[in-house]
Ligand binder design. Structure first.
Ligand code: G
Ligand code: G
Ligand code: MN
Length: 406
């Protein structure tokens, strides 16, 4: 698979003709081939749902005459837009920061904000974090996803895992990868939010999961030839854990592929864990007996506390990114967070901070005592073939990322 094949459009939204023209030239000079401009919010919305190639980056003014910035961000979210966003505004920086926070709370991917009049270098610096081919580009909303299409894609093995590295805080070494499913299509990448629930509702989740695990095991062998031998984690739907045969099916798959379960981890989302507590306990224990590692994902988004999780055999706890990114300001929240990390570690779990996007996030979770970090600051998910080169370049990258200019 050649990732540079995914073309994306860039959309600039501003009511000022001059800004549109200037940004268009600046972006084309930076190598963006497809630059669309919209003078009105309605036009921007139309482009977002229909542009070819799909829009993967939006630069948007916060103050359009037809729609205000808050409304505009809400519309982006409703459209299922998951590409990157850069906010442009003449507003003061506090207002801009609030808009950035709002967009992040909506789980939109905001690279940052620039104030007008803008400097080309400031824009270039922000866009350095935008990796079009490695990024979310598709806006295909879930309702267009038919179960038949998905079933065919699974049969044809069109769904593939991409991998995001996990780094140990103390040693700064690569200690594992999380596999995240992707569906590359000629018109752009389709992301799991668009099809996981369709898979769950149509008995396709197990075929999908087993396909991904098989691919991950094969990829692991390729990495081994480059001296990379670390844990790979795969996300497991709660629907799979309700099936008492799941552990045996998994074991069979490992036997068929000659895979080693001790390098394998399953991530299970916390929010649904307690609701189905009794029925999944049996399956989890059997997985554990087969030496498969278990991780609680998105911790903090559900309603469980560590006491309730005491009986569940987890090796790892992944702090949801909402804690990682906003933890420092509220002192009470911080106390709860610190004791959660401490308790998890005393219970023998490794604590992973998800969604580390900046050096600031890294420092904060390091101080909290987290064992590992994962997030865009280190790397975005990438195809398995890209991993050996990425791992080789990591020592040099970490030196520049983590160098402290005190
Ligand atoms: O991959 P993204 O980067 O978009 O993931 C979005 C959501 O989809 C996350 O909650 C993630 O856990 C989930 N997800 C990603 N890959 C898989 C998968 O292979 N199986 C399941 N069940 N969920 C996945
Ligand atoms: O499995 P889980 O729900 O934890 O899925 C992780 C999700 O978070 C995936 O959609 C992945 O692409 C995304 N992700 C990984 N790192 C970052 C990050 O630094 N910032 C943000 N906003 N999302 C991230
Ligand atoms: Mn996960």
């Amino acid at each position: 698979m050649n990732t540079s094949d995914y073309k994306q459009s860039v959309l600039v939204v501003d009511d000022d003709e001059f800004i549109l023209a200037t940004l268009r030239v600046a972006l084309m000079n930076m190598g963006y081939e497809f630059v669309l401009t919209a003078g009105r919010a309605e036009q921007a919305i139309a482009y977002l749902s229909s542009a070819e190639p799909a829009v993967g980056l939006v630069l948007s003014d916060l103050n359009m005459p037809d729609v205000d910035g808050v409304e505009l961000l809400r519309r982006f979210d409703e459209l299922g837009y998951r590409g990157d966003i850069v906010l442009l505004s003449g507003e003061d920086s506090q207002t801009l920061n609030m808009a950035v926070s709002l967009a992040k709370a909506r789980k939109l991917s905001v690279l940052g904000a620039i104030t007008k009049p803008f400097r080309a270098e400031a824009l270039a610096q922000l866009l350095a974090n935008h990796a079009p081919s490695l990024n979310r580009g598709s806006t295909l909303p879930p309702r267009q996803m038919s179960p038949d299409m998905l079933a065919a894609a699974i049969r044809a093995e069109e769904l593939v895992p991409w991998y995001q590295p996990k780094i140990a805080v103390a040693s700064q070494e690569v200690v594992g990868f999380e596999a995240l499913v992707r569906w590359p299509r000629p018109e752009g990448m389709i992301f799991p939010d668009a099809f996981i629930s369709v898979a769950e509702e149509n008995s396709l989740i197990d075929p999908m999961t087993f396909l991904l695990i098989r691919q991950a095991l094969r990829m692991g062998k390729l990495w081994q030839r480059h001296g990379i031998r670390t844990t790979v984690a795969v996300n497991i739907s709660m629907d799979s854990l309700q099936d008492i045969h799941f552990p045996d099916l998994l074991e069979q798959l490992f036997r068929d592929e000659g895979g080693d379960t001790s390098y394998f981890k399953l991530e299970i989302t916390e929010s649904r864990l307690m609701a189905d507590y009794v029925s999944v306990l049996d399956v989890l224990l059997r997985l554990r007996l087969k030496k498969i590692k278990l991780s609680i994902d998105d911790f903090g988004t559900g309603h469980s506390n560590l006491g309730q999780l005491l009986d569940l055999p987890f090796d790892e706890l992944k702090l949801d990114r909402s804690y990682v990114q906003g933890a420092s300001s509220d002192s009470k929240a911080r106390v709860i967070l610190e004791s959660t990390v401490d308790m998890a570690q005393r219970l023998g779990m490794e604590v992973v901070a998800e969604g580390v996007e900046t050096l600031e996030d890294w420092k904060r979770v390091e101080q909290l005592g987290c064992d590992q970090v994962q997030g865009y600051f280190v790397a975005r998910p990438m195809p398995g073939e890209a991993i050996p080169a990425w791992v080789a370049s990591w020592p040099e990258r970490r030196a520049s990322l983590l160098s402290v200019q005190a």
